[in-house]
Design a protein around this ligand. Structure first.
Ligand code: PGA
Length: 258
């Protein structure tokens, strides 16, 4: 049976108090949850990480950060390093979210350095990739996904592949003005990504978890999970309330005995 993943990125919305309330509620709802077939995670803002780490200490929910620098330390004012994140009990880091790529102009060459830095510190990199609307409309989605995978995972060490997670998030499907992607379209892109990962890493490429994100909600989520290469969901707005997060997990996964 395959392993599933479910998590949320809380972007720049919640204060430390908001995050603490959310996680206290969520851990309460999940008090008897334990599964070796489902990994749950939450990615709050940097300023909430210490409080979040404290609340999640005894919980199975993994704590992630929204970004990090590619160097361990140095003259990089305003940046956060992998050591600082580990120090706070963070075990996962999101790299290359569409907002980082498109608003902050993060380049694939820099994202590659971040992914490699995370891997070398045994931090779980959650690499986010996805095409823009124009790239979709001009029929180059798979080419874009392949280019992002090849560049961002360049020189990725094979012995760290077990830590790597990838989230496919079409830029046009994300956020308040996003248009939910048809499940069949998502399934095709996941197949293309899987093919590329096998080319890059051989059979190990077939085991790298591929999550889907972008306007996922309780109504469309079951359809995405039916696609064979979708190993989990990466959710924004629909999971920012503890009960909504818990309800999605319960409806989508507990019914599968996970
Ligand atoms: P959304 O966000 O679910 O609110 O579209 C997804 C994301 O940005 O990861």
């Amino acid at each position: 049976m395959k392993h599933y993943y479910f998590g949320t990125n809380m972007k720049m919305y919640k204060t430390t108090k908001n995050t603490s309330d959310f996680l206290t509620g969520l851990t309460g709802l999940l008090h008897d949850f334990h599964s070796d077939k489902l990994t749950l995670f939450v990615i709050p803002s940097y300023t909430s990480l210490e409080a979040a780490s404290h609340i999640l200490k005894e919980s199975p929910v993994l704590l992630g950060a929204q970004n990090m620098h590619w160097e361990e330390e140095g003259q990089f004012s305003g940046e956060i390093s992998v050591k600082m994140l580990k120090d706070l009990g963070v075990s996962m880091v999101m790299i290359g979210h569409s907002e980082r790529r498109h608003i902050f102009n993060e380049a694939d060459s820099d994202l590659n350095k971040k992914v490699l830095c995370a891997a070398s510190h045994d931090m779980i990199p959650l690499l986010c990739i996805g095409e823009t609307k124009r790239e979709k409309d001009t029929g180059v989605s798979d080419e874009i996904l392949r280019m992002q995978l090849k560049q961002d995972l360049y020189n990725f060490p094979k012995d760290k592949l077990k830590n790597l997670r990838i989230a496919y998030e079409p830029v046009w499907a994300i956020g308040v003005s996003g248009i939910p992607a048809p499940a069949a379209y998502v399934g095709e892109r996941h197949k293309a990504m899987r093919k590329c990962l096998k080319e890059l890493f051989g059979e190990s490429g077939s085991r790298i978890p591929l999550l889907f994100g972008g306007s996922v909600n309780p109504q469309n989520a079951p359809e995405y999970l039916k696609e064979t290469e979708v190993d989990g969901l990466f959710v924004g707005r629909s999971a920012w309330d503890a009960e909504n997060y818990y309800d999605m997990v319960k409806t989508l996964f507990f019914s599968r005995n996970l």
